[in-house]
Structures are given as structure tokens and as C-alpha cells.
Design a protein around this ligand. Structure first.
Ligand code: NAD
Length: 296
């Protein structure tokens, strides 16, 4: 299948590579020259613009930072959006984490041009993107999901149909609100134990196998040196940026306000990541939030 992949960052890069390694014909594009060079070095065919990358593509996949990037790519922003260029019958799969309302806007514009479109945000981190074990949360029609399934299976292990357009984004925002909160709680517990003389590796293992066990302790320990593959052990480089977590917690608060839901810990977590970002840590992996509670 001919695929155009747009957005080759920490997640999109390895996802595009997994499609390429899985035998798909992938052309890719990113605004960042560095990202393009890195992926070209891995054997991916790189196009010089978004307009060119989609030429002849049957499927367009995007993995961009936030709502504004996705809306401007597909709907346009001072120039016609990509949807104007795609032939009827093309399948658009947006894997970015964005507002459910933005996902619905893009899906409606696509439907009016007979273009199929699903929102398919992911969970599993950069480790899951590299290993091809991501979880996809899909919003859109079942038939469009079935069309996308063989490609999603090359990038992930778990594929869920959450509901109609935008539902994948709602599921993703709920999940990330929980992740943001649990990373802060895990950090607090680890910092408390270490300040009281415990070895972080020992305490992590005790809690991992006890009632406090969670995904951060399993796969993404925030203390440097505890897990070789976690961003904490490479000075919090790569991974899932604090500013991206801040964006997701902002989206969670917006959707909570829209339905008058009480999300007190989600609100507090958003403020803590905001303070951490203002401190100059926006580009660091979100697990660096442990620095807020570690003794200096
Ligand atoms: P990233 O910042 O590493 O990559 C985003 C890429 O998009 C960058 O390379 C940027 O140059 C490119 N880009 C932006 N606008 C573009 C455009 N118009 N055309 C082409 N390229 C463009 O971000 P990431 O960590 O890969 O995250 C991507 C999305 O996935 C975000 O929505 C994020 O919330 C979500 N996500 C990230 C993780 C993670 O662990 N990093 C996990 C799950 C979901």
C-alpha cells in the first residue's frame, strides 16, 4: 500500500520505520530537516513538502504535536489544506493527540470530500513506538478502522474502537490525565523513600510488586539509573515532552469543563507540569517532573 507519513518526531519516526520494515511503500515528510535526515539514514524515502509526500498516496498518516498543527495541515492556514488535494477514497489516519473537537472538524471536512478519516491516538511511549507495541484508540467508523487495521497492526499490538469521530481522542485524554497524575504520585513516593535513605532501585522493585505497582514503575521509572531504557537514564532526553503532557492535561481540563466533570487531581497535575515547564523543563521528558519534589 502507498503511504504518506507526516511528522517524524520521537513517535512518528519509529512508527514510519515499522511500516517501511513491514513491507509498505512509505514516503515521509517532516518540517524538521534533522528529522528527515535521520530517517533518510534509516532507508525511508523522504519528500520535500507535505504537498509532494501525498502524491499518489492511498493512505495518509500524521503524527504531529497538537490540534493547531493537524488543523492547519488538513484544513489549511493561509493556503489550501491537504484535504483539498487528496482524491476521494483516500484514508486519513491521524495519530496525534489533539482536541476531540478538532478531530471531529477534520473528519467532517474529510467526509464532505468522500475521504475516509479516523482519529487513532496512541499510548505506549517511544519504547512502544520503536518496538511496534503501541495501543491505538480509534474514533471513526468501524469500516474505516478495518481498512486501517493492517497498518495499525504493523505499529501496535492493541487496537480499540472507542466510538465515533473524536472518541479516540477522548479516550486518550482520559488515559493521559491518569498517566500525568500517576507519574507525580510515583515521583513523590520515590523521592520520599530516597530522602529517608532507601535505594531507589530497591524501593522501585518493592512498590512495583506491591499495591502501588503501576506503568511508571514497570516501564518508565523517573529516577535516573533505575531503568537503563527510560528517559530518566539519558538526562530526560527524547521520550514524551513535558510540554506535550501539559497540552494533554489542558485538553482534559477543557473537556472536563464542557461536561462539568470534577477532575481535581487532573487540574493540580496540569498546574505542576506548567510550573515545571516554566522552570525551563518543557522540552525534557515528563518524568523529569520528579525534580519538583526531589530535595535540591
Ligand atoms: P515530537 O515533537 O517529537 O514530533 C513532532 C514532529 O512533528 C516534529 O518532528 C515536528 O517537526 C513535526 N511537525 C510539526 N508540524 C509539522 C507539519 N506541519 N508538517 C510536518 N511535520 C510537522 O512529538 P512526539 O513525541 O513524536 O509526539 C507526537 C504526538 O504524539 C503528540 O500529539 C503527542 O502528544 C503524542 N504522543 C507522544 C508520545 C511520546 O511518548 N512521545 C506518546 C503518545 C502520544
Amino acid at each position: 500500500m502507498k503511504i504518506a507519513f507526516i511528522g517524524l518526531g520521537n513517535m512518528g519516526g519509529p512508527m514510519a520505520l515499522n511500516l517501511h520494515k513491514g513491507g509498505q511503500e512509505v514516503a515521509a515528510f517532516d518540517l524538521s530537516e534533522d528529522a528527515c535526515k535521520r530517517l533518510a539514514g534509516e532507508g525511508l524515502r523522504i519528500a520535500d513538502s507535505a504537498d509532494n509526500v501525498v502524491r499518489g498516496a492511498e493512505v495518509v498518516i500524521s503524527m504531529l504535536p497538537a490540534s493547531q498543527h493537524v488543523e492547519s495541515l488538513y484544513l489549511g492556514n493561509g493556503r489550501p489544506g491537504l484535504l483539498n488535494q487528496l482524491p476521494a477514497g483516500t484514508l486519513v489516519i491521524d495519530c496525534s493527540t489533539i482536541a476531540a473537537a478538532s478531530a471531529r472538524k477534520v473528519a467532517e471536512a474529510a467526509a464532505s470530500r468522500q475521504i475516509a478519516c479516523i482519529d487513532a491516538p496512541v499510548s505506549g511511549g517511544t519504547g512502544g513506538a520503536i518496538a511496534g507495541t503501541l495501543t491505538f484508540m480509534v474514533g471513526g467508523s468501524m469500516s474505516d478502522l478495518e481498512r486501517a487495521r493492517p497498518l495499525l497492526e504493523k505499529m501496535g499490538q492493541n487496537i480499540f474502537h472507542a466510538g465515533s469521530a473524536g472518541a479516540g481522542q477522548t479516550a486518550k485524554i482520559c488515559n493521559n490525565m491518569l498517566l500525568g497524575i500517576l507519574m507525580i504520585g510515583t515521583s513523590e513516593a520515590l523521592a520520599l523513600g530516597v530522602a529517608n535513605g532507601l535505594e531507589p532501585k530497591v524501593l522501585s522493585e518493592i512498590m512495583r510488586r506491591s499495591s502501588g505497582g503501576n506503568w511508571a514503575l514497570e516501564k518508565y521509572n523517573p529516577v535516573p539509573g533505575v531503568m537503563e531504557a527510560a528517559p530518566a537514564s539519558r538526562s530526560y532526553a527524547g521520550g514524551f515532552g513535558t510540554d506535550l503532557m501539559l497540552k494533554d492535561l489542558g485538553l482534559a481540563q477543557e473537556s472536563a469543563a464542557a461536561v462539568r466533570a470534577a477532575t481535581p487531581l487532573g487540574g493540580l497535575a496540569r498546574n505542576l507540569y506548567a510550573a515545571h515547564s516554566l522552570d525551563g523543563s518543557g522540552a525534557l521528558d515528563f518524568s523529569s517532573v520528579i525534580r519538583l519534589v526531589q530535595p535540591k
